[in-house]
Design a protein around this ligand. Structure first.
Ligand SMILES: [Zn+2]
Length: 207
């Protein structure tokens, strides 16, 4: 593999270990990707079923736009979702976490179709957001094991909510992305912070 791929793979493995340490990628859950080249599309993608706390750069695969591993290995089951996000948003990296708070809130707010997040200073960590008065709509998509169908649903959701920086899959997890890996990582950290804040606030109010 090229130096460019090795550098990207090291970056993805480092982010995976960091997210695992925070409890966002337990039990081999979640997945990470970054674009290597766009024409033709080639994406660095975490392999399926790997413990993200021990993920090494050698376990990052290269996949094409049909989610086929070009150098062997089995890429994550959710590769088609990453590819759809890359195409719809022009993203350079896509990250997916399974935290406790994103799982809880993806169900709590499913009836509303999403979560409106407004008035928090941390919103300014999302690309293009300049004030805490920003209202971010985080759509919630019903979960499915039919990946081509789910990729279609996500494509429609992204077209409908052009300003969204991420979305939730119900009772499943969070997806966010960025122009590059650093921005995607920042977006995940911002959303995880905001979702935990919202969840804990609901609990305090109930007491
Ligand atoms: Zn997942």
């Amino acid at each position: 593999m090229s130096d460019g791929f090795d550098h990207i793979a090291e970056g993805l493995a480092g982010v995976a270990r960091g997210f695992h340490a925070r409890g966002w990628l337990l039990g081999t859950s979640g997945n990470l990707s970054a674009v290597i080249q766009r024409q033709p599309l080639q994406i660095a993608m975490s392999a399926s079923g790997i413990d993200k706390g021990e993920l090494r750069a050698e376990q990052i695969l290269s996949i094409d736009e049909n989610a086929r591993a070009t150098g062997g290995g089995k890429p994550s089951d959710e590769s088609l979702l990453h590819i759809r996000i890359v195409k719809e948003r022009g993203a350079g990296a896509v990250l997916h976490t399974h935290s406790i708070w994103n799982t809880i809130l993806s169900d709590t707010y499913a009836g509303a179709g999403g979560i409106r997040i407004e008035g928090y200073e941390m919103l300014k960590g999302l690309q293009g957001v300049r004030t805490h008065e920003h209202a971010e709509w985080l759509p919630i998509v019903e979960n499915s094991q039919d990946m081509p169908a789910l990729a279609e649903m996500i494509g429609e959701t992204l077209k409908k909510h052009k300003d969204a920086h991420g979305f939730l899959l119900r009772r499943h997890g969070l997806y966010s992305w960025g122009e590059n890996l650093a921005q995607a990582k920042r977006h995940i950290e911002i959303f995880e912070f905001l979702l935990e804040t919202i969840g804990r606030t609901l609990r305090i109010r109930e007491q």
